[in-house]
Design a protein around this ligand. Sequence first.
Ligand code: PLP
Length: 396
Amino acid sequence: MYNKKMFDLGNNRSVIRDIFEYGKTRIQEVGKDNVYDFSLGNPNVPAPDCIKESIVELLDTMDSTELHGYTSAQGDFEVRRLLAEDINSRFGVNFSADNIYMTVGAAASLTVTLNALCEEGDEFIAIAPYFPEYKVFAEGAGGVLKVVKPDIPNFEIDFDELEKTITKHTKGIIVNSPNNPSGKVYSTETIVKLCNLLDKKQVEYGTNIFLIADEPYREIVYGDVEVPYLPKYYKNTIVCYSYSKSLSLPGERIGYIAVNPEMEHSNEIYLAVCGAGRTLGFVCASSMYQRVVAKCIGKTTDIKYYKENRDLIYNGLNDLGFSCVKPEGAFYLFVKSPIENAVEFCNHAKKYDLLLVPADGFGCPGYVRISYCVSNDMIKRSLPAFEKLAKDYNLI
Ligand code: PLP
C-alpha cells in the first residue's frame, strides 16, 4: 500500500527531535527560563538587516509576476552569475553561472548531488562524527553510506581508516568542515593529504572519486581560522552550500551547488545535477530568496555572538571538569561523556533540565553534542545546572 522504507523514515523521529519535543513539554511544566535546550542547530542570531532591506526593495521595485514566478530550474542567471563572481573573487577560482545550481538549502544540495552521482552499487563515505542525515540522503539516492570511525580525541581524519574504507565502489566522500558536531575545521595540510589520497585511489582503481564539500558553516569560524576552498585542491569537487546558518535563514530554504569547472566532464555532471533536481521535484529554488541572497553577498549573521557563546560554554564546562573539543567553527560543543554510555548521561542531565544530544547517531558513541546557537543568557543561567551535573560524576 505504501513504501515501507519511507514509512520507517517518517515514523522514526530523530533523537534530536525527540529531545526537542521533550523540552517543549518541560517548558509547559517548569517554565521557559528553567529549561536549557541545547538540542537543535536552529540559529538564534537574527538574519542581518540586508535581508529585510532586500526583501522590501525587491517587493517595491520588481515586477511581482517575475519576483514570484518560476526561475530557470538551475536558478536565475543573474543570481548565479553574481554568486560565481563572488566565489571567484574570494577563493581565486574560475566558476561561471553555468557551474552554479540554486537549491533549497544544504539538505537539497546534498540529495541532488548524491542522486546526480550515484549509480548501482556505489558507496559514499562520511567521516565520523557526521551529520546523521547523510545516511538517509545516500540511501535515498540508491547508494550505501560507509563511515570512517572518529579520530578521538583530535577529530581530524583517520587517514589509515579512510584508506581502508575506500574501494573501487567509492563514488564520493562527504567532508563537512567546519564540522557539525565536533566544531573542527580541517587545515590546508589535512585537505592536501586528503586530496593526495583520493588522487592516488582514483589512479589505483581507474575511477572518479568525488569530494562533496558540505559547507553550511563556512563563514562561522572563530579567530583567524581559515577554511580551505576544496575546489582549489581537488578537481572532482562539488560544493554543497547553504545560507541557513551564515545568513540565519534555515526556514527559507536557500543554497546552491557549485560544480568545479576544472573537473573532467564538468558540464555533464552539472546536467546530471539538473536531472536529479528534476526527479526530486524541486522545480526551482525560491525565486525571491535567490535574489535576496544575491543582494546580500558578503554579509553574514553576527558571528561575534556565536564566538561569545563559544567562549562562555567552552570555558564554563572546562572549568567544571568536562572534557571538551575546542570549537574552531560552527556552533556546537562536543563533550566527552563522563560515563561510557552517552545516552544514559544525557538522560541523567534531564534531571537538571539540561537537554543534550548523545552523539551515537553522529557515529561517535561516548560523546555529547551541545548546540550553543542559543542566547548568551541561557548559557549563563545553565551553568549552575551543569555544575550539579559535574558533581554527580565527581568531576569537581
Ligand atoms: N549539513 C550539515 C552538516 C548540517 O548541520 C545541516 C543542518 O543543520 C545541513 C547539512 C542541512 O542544512 P540546510 O538547513 O541548509 O538544509
